[in-house]
Ligand binder design. Structure first.
Ligand SMILES: Cc1cc2nc3c(=O)[nH]c(=O)nc-3n(C[C@H](O)[C@H](O)[C@H](O)COP(=O)(O)OP(=O)(O)OC[C@H]3O[C@@H](n4cnc5c(N)ncnc54)[C@H](O)[C@@H]3O)c2cc1C
Length: 421
């Protein structure tokens, strides 16, 4: 049995940050990670560059947090995006801010984030134990002074006793990185509710989606989500058609509501506006001008050859070449007159989505109503804390999810230190 003041379970973003903050505050800390190394998911973040936070002020930042951003407010102020940036600069990781207020390491190497955290943990004397997959957590009854201890046992049968535990085991997304939902089991065993989890920031798959689409990227388009025919939300920006389905920045943004509604049996569709910067009339005017400037032979082909001529003469001026074939296949009966309407209202019924194996984040988790938002402590068990994706909190793309991990981790760690020291 190893005794310590705080055991942190999970060596991801939240776990490493919690261990560092707790050790800075003066606690003796053990960090247990089931993989052979910490931070496997961090290495994948931001396409290998790690978008570690976003500089937006709270009022704007909060609009990117779900399902209840007010829960994060105390944690955010305890360890704000600006404080996170100061922290990383202080431990030797220079940062840079890019388009959309997104923060990255200057080196553009996600691995540097983990390396900096691990080096700092070593300096602070945190005992990091890898290949330590926690199997169970239990709490002993308090002694005469009311002090109780947590007993954490790993799959190799080793046990760790501590006054506090922070569960930072992540969610269910990208299970190959070690996030397999163990924290939900631990939470349930302590009597906590886990709200329905589902994949978010993931590809949505249109009905009859074909290989023709794979690899096409669109800039400055608009995607509108419909549920049972009602417009739910619209997003403007960039979109990717991948082998998974529709994703990229605006695909991800609509995915949370799309997946939620698909799971609940609702009819989901999206409308793609390829020319959102102009009205239907302006687009019709632009197409007319293009035709007016054409040689007479081309004009007459447009009149006589129909879709074939539209595809070869007009569409190359209006969309990426690779998109022409799927656009024509999906939109029956295109004529010069109906083209503006089709370009602005390309509808895709959505039949499914890409699951946890490839989604960025898990929506749902340990219920917010049973965790104190002032401390991240369980409302049922003194000394038990939650941090990171295991909590029912998730963000949009743009550095919000890692900031959730850092803020909740720091607040849990400082709260544990206050209670113990
Ligand atoms: C491909 C991809 C790209 C992303 N890009 C970004 C981005 O650029 N910016 C951003 O803000 N967010 C991004 N995210 C989301 C972000 O990475 C996560 O929200 C964040 O890492 C969650 O941190 P966490 O520490 O709570 O959980 P995790 O990172 O999942 O860490 C949990 C850790 O706990 C360990 N563990 C689990 N069970 C046990 C157990 N029983 N015993 C011991 N250890 C255990 C796991 O092995 C893991 O190391 C991305 C996610 C993915 C999948």
């Amino acid at each position: 049995m190893i005794y310590t003041q705080l055991t942190v379970i999970g060596g991801g973003a939240a776990g490493m940050f919690a261990a560092a903050t707790a050790a800075e505050a003066g606690l003796k800390v053990i960090l247990l990670e089931k993989n052979a190394r910490c931070g496997r998911k961090i290495a994948l973040t931001g396409k290998g560059r790690c978008n570690l936070t976003n500089t937006k002020p709270w009022e704007e930042f909060a609009t990117h947090i779900h399902p209840k951003n007010v829960f994060l407010k105390n944690a955010f102020y305890a360890m704000s995006n600006i404080k996170v940036m100061e922290f990383f600069e202080r431990i030797g990781l220079p940062l840079t801010v890019e388009r959309g207020d997104r923060v990255f390491p200057q080196s553009m190497r996600a691995q540097d984030v983990t390396d900096a955290l691990l080096a700092y943990l070593k300096n602070l004397g945190v005992k990091v134990i890898t290949e330590a997959e926690v199997d169970s957590i239990s709490k002993t009854e308090g002694d005469l002074e009311g002090t109780s201890l947590f007993s954490v046992v790993d799959k190799k049968g080793r046990s760790y006793a501590s006054q506090s535990v922070i569960i930072a085991t992540g969610g269910l997304s990208y299970p190959v990185t070690g996030s397999t939902g163990d924290g939900y089991r631990f939470a349930r065993e302590f009597g906590h509710k886990v709200t329905g989890c589902f994949p978010s920031l993931t590809a949505v798959v249109p009905t009859s989606y074909s290989q023709q689409y794979h690899g096409i990227s669109l800039k400055n388009v608009e995607l509108t989500l419909f549920v049972n025919g009602d417009e739910v939300m619209s997003q403007f920006g960039d979109l990717d058609f991948t082998n998974g389905g529709i994703e990229g920045p605006i695909g991800f943004k609509i995915s949370r509501k799309a997946v939620y509604n698909l799971i609940n049996g609702q009819k989901v569709s999206v409308k793609l506006d390829l020319k959102p910067a102009v009205t239907l009339e302006q687009l019709a005017g632009r197409i007319k001008r293009e035709i007016d400037q054409m040689a007479p032979a081309l004009k007459s082909r447009l009149n006589t050859e129909g879709v074939k001529a539209i595809s070869s003469i007009l569409l190359p001026k209006l969309m990426p070449k690779a998109l022409i074939a799927p656009f024509v296949a999906a939109n029956n009966g295109i004529t010069v007159a109906t083209l503006p309407q089709k370009l602005k209202n390309w509808s895709f019924p959505i039949s499914s989505y890409v699951g946890y194996e490839r989604c960025v984040v898990t929506a749902g988790g340990v219920s917010l109503s049973e965790i104190s938002q002032k401390t991240m402590e369980s409302k049922f068990h003194k000394g038990l804390y939650f941090a990171g994706e295991v909590i029912d909190l998730d963000g949009d793309t743009g550095g919000y999810n890692l900031q959730i991990a850092f803020s909740t981790a720091a607040l849990a760690a400082v709260s544990a230190a206050k209670a113990i020291l």
